[in-house]
Design a protein around this ligand. Sequence first.
Ligand code: NAP
Length: 282
Amino acid sequence: MSNIIDGKAVSLEIKEKLKEKVEVIRAEGGRIPCIAVIIVGDNPASRSYVRGKIKAAEYTGMDSRLIEFPEDVEEAVLLKEIQALNTDPGVDGILVQLPLPRHINEDRVLDAIIPSKDVDGFHPVNVANLWLGRPCFVPCTPQGIIRLIESTGESIEGKMAVVVGRSNIVGKPVAKLLLDRNATVTIAHSRTRDLAALTRQADILVAAVGRPGVITGDMVKPGAIVIDVGINRTEDGHLTGDVDFASASQVAGWITPVPGGVGPMTIAMLMENTLKASGLSA
Ligand code: NAP
């Protein structure tokens, strides 16, 4: 049976450290870091993610602004709000909760956020800097995944890492972060032939697919570190990952649960990025 990587506990430790830093800022009479979160429409999952982000800001003592728009908001109105936040000296970080309604061009909206306040790390300037190895805002979920791997105490260097999924928000950036730490990285996707043969070679296996149970125990190398990024809702409303936990946990050395693995880390990393955007290091 594997060791469980407790994302809740690791994220709590990070948030405690951030809280201490914010307390020092407050005691010294400094300006409290502030994140602005924009949400469009009433998607229940988006609402729940946004609630989690605002709660985390409150927990760490940071300021937050929740800006809500109806589902039918015009793109121009959203862009105008972002422009106002870009130049607002009281706002350090700006996050637009995705997905946006179909009539809004997501790229145009994300591109409108000034890169120095882009705490999600999705702006092309931050993406380019990540790939160039320059200072940037690193996207929260990939950064959280790295911190979870590091929390095991095992080194990443020289390990064979397989990332299943090649999205811009998880798969690609986490592959780059693993490469930066000297792992040998392979990215798999829906056209990969014989996925199991590949994953069985992985010392570090990251599943970011969005399909429940796509990784089963027989696809895991004994002793591997398995990070399950997937958040899938079952018919009875429960959350489940991309990894079949019951079988994979019999084989892996370390494994993240869903929920309580990567999810809480994403939010903790967002708070770290907000502190960084305010000019302080986390
Ligand atoms: P996405 O944009 O839909 O990308 C999914 C990737 O999986 C694609 O690259 C796709 O390949 C690949 N794929 C699909 N079916 C496959 C299969 N049978 N075998 C191998 N690869 C396959 O998803 P995402 O945004 O990266 O999110 C992935 C999952 O992580 C979702 O469940 C999402 O909810 C979750 N997530 C969690 C967090 C968190 O904080 N915990 C944050 C973000 C996302 P192609 O490119 O060939 O189509």
